[in-house]
Design a protein around this ligand. Structure first.
Ligand SMILES: [Zn+2]
Length: 139
């Protein structure tokens, strides 16, 4: 057990999820989400875009590699921006009991929301799956 007391901010919320392991009953879990407002999403999008294009500038001076890096980063900029713009919720973490051994634990899940995340139990080492319904859009 290494749960630290966490005070959720206004833009954070917990949603119910399930932990699944083949042949066992699903165990309840909770996923902590950070919801981004429209202006936050725009900021994150511009920042991701700027980082890509910012990296493209020094990449110009890398011999040979610049043939690949510069066009890749220039293309990656708007793509990374678009992904950020669409990312309404970011997973901050998940917790629940392992469906196989019953050990309660926190899982280091981060990134964009996905309906299914593969995890490994810290206690028994079994592969378990975190399943959660798509969250309702905050608008
Ligand atoms: Zn386990």
């Amino acid at each position: 057990m290494h749960d630290s007391p966490h005070i959720p901010a206004a833009n954070e919320r917990e949603v119910a999820a399930r932990l699944c392991h083949h042949g066992r009953a699903d165990a309840p879990a909770s996923v902590r989400l950070r919801t981004w407002s429209a202006s936050e999403r725009r900021f994150r999008a511009l920042r991701a875009w700027a980082v890509c294009w910012g990296l493209a500038v020094p990449a110009v001076f890398l011999p040979v590699l610049h043939f690949v890096l510069v066009p890749s980063l220039l293309v990656a900029g708007p793509i990374a921006g678009l992904l950020r713009l669409r990312e309404e919720q970011t997973v901050l973490g998940a917790s629940g009991a392992c469906p196989a051994c019953g050990e309660s634990q926190s899982f280091p899940v981060t990134g964009a929301w996905r309906e299914s995340v593969r995890l490994r139990c810290e206690k028994c080492g079994r592969a378990i799956e975190l399943r959660a319904p798509a969250p309702v859009s905050a608008g």
